[in-house]
Write a protein that binds this ligand. Structure first.
Ligand code: SF4
Length: 386
């Protein structure tokens, strides 16, 4: 994790100067629009397919070198691609990312755990995070995601994935909930089900956004702040009372700040902290178009036109124009993927996380010390000793 600090400094300089001095550390690779879900919050499956081949990905990843620290392989449903393990292995071979993140709907319960195990074996030095999508419990989940039996299959996939945890230390199993107008009233039940029954390593929720990529602009899926705020604040309260250990203390502190950012973005309707999409983060669409982010989904160039050289695509005039537009605050959104990189590049946010984690660690140590019965601190002396 510490190795990204010099990269962050270059990205901050890129943002200030308005020139790309480095390639993005956070890259989302959408491997296909094909999807076997029919979610009420997404129409991406209706888009035409023109997917990159494995060879095209291999050439692109070679051009990126060690720049990306965090890869997300998304879709559509990424596990529908039979060559997903090979695509991830190629990214690992060329880029050695610290984090590989894969969301899944969990429908292919017989295939997904096997493919994830292949990925875990192919990327032993990366933290592989698989996030199972869960937007409701039982039939409610099936209704929102438009597939009968989805919940049962997702639970079988979850069990299959959980079994991998005993063998792979680099595996984080998470649950991801999209909070939309279809499930905002059930959100607390979902949260408690996940926390008490599934007990994943992490739980993330993201507010449903209207995205060009998902063809959902104007669909009214985003809950109002009046509905979202009380629901998310109860979750935040639960998080703050928990006792995470190790790296989870840091990820939880960032997550807490992310939820604050979402609330403020909904109310203030502006970039609450500077957005470094197009500088620190980017997305590659299935056909090789490079986007600064999936909300705007405006191409800065297609990798096929630049001989699969990501750097050349990154330095186009179109890319510079988009960066200027973003920096001028001509857009705002609560997109989680971009927001986490934005926070990492925002000195005030990083400082507040470091301070909080330090204070919580100290408080926990003091609590542990005070819990120790005073008598146990003294040497045991038997009065019968001769
Ligand atoms: S604020 Fe949102 S829409 Fe604008 S560039 Fe950043 S991620 Fe994209």
């Amino acid at each position: 994790m510490l190795e990204i600090l010099p990269k962050v400094a270059r990205l901050q300089a890129s943002y200030v100067l308005g020139k790309p001095l480095a390639l993005p550390i956070n890259l989302t690779v959408s491997v296909s629009y094909r999807c076997n879900s029919r979610c009420k919050t997404c129409n991406v499956w209706q888009r035409p397919n023109d997917d990159f081949t494995l060879d095209e990905y291999d050439r692109t990843f070679a051009s990126l070198g060690r720049a990306p620290y965090w890869f997300t392989f998304s879709g559509g449903e990424p596990t529908l691609r039979k060559d997903l393990p090979a695509i991830v292995a190629s990214a690992y071979h060329h880029c050695r990312p610290g984090i590989i993140n894969i969301p899944t709907n969990g429908i292919q319960d017989k295939i997904i755990p096997t493919h994830i195990e292949q990925i875990l074996q192919a990327a032993p030095a990366s933290e592989v995070i698989v996030n199972l999508s869960l937007d409701g419990i039982g039939e409610k989940h099936d209704q929102i995601r438009g597939v009968d039996g989805n919940f049962e299959r997702a639970m079988r996939t979850y069990a299959g994935l959980k079994a991998l945890k005993a063998s792979y230390k680099n595996f984080t199993l998470g649950v991801h909930t999209v909070i939309s107008n279809f499930n905002i009233d059930d959100f607390e039940d979902i949260y408690h089900f996940v926390k008490n029954e599934l007990q994943p390593d992490s739980f993330i929720s993201e507010i449903a956004e209207e995205r060009v990529e998902l063809d959902t602009v104007g669909t009214g899926i985003t809950p109002s702040i009046g509905l979202y705020q009380p629901a998310i604040e109860r979750v935040q309260e639960g998080m703050r009372q928990s006792q995470p250990v190790g790296v989870s203390r840091i990820t939880q502190a960032f997550r807490d700040r992310y939820y604050d950012l979402v609330k403020r973005t909904l109310v203030e309707q502006r970039q609450v902290i500077p957005c470094l999409a197009g500088v620190a983060s980017a997305q590659i669409a299935p056909n090789g178009d490079v986007w600064t982010c999936c909300i705007r989904a405006e191409s800065i160039g297609n990798l096929r036109d630049f001989d699969y050289d990501f750097g050349a695509t990154w330095r186009t005039a179109k890319a510079d124009a988009l960066r200027r537009s973003i920096k001028a605050g001509e857009c705002y959104c609560p997109l989680a993927n971009a927001a986490y990189t934005n926070m990492l590049c925002h000195p005030y946010t990083v400082a507040s996380v470091v301070l909080e984690v330090g204070q919580r660690t100290r408080a926990n140590m003091l609590k542990k010390y005070r819990r120790t019965p005073p008598g146990r601190m003294l040497p045991v002396v038997s009065i019968n000793q001769k």
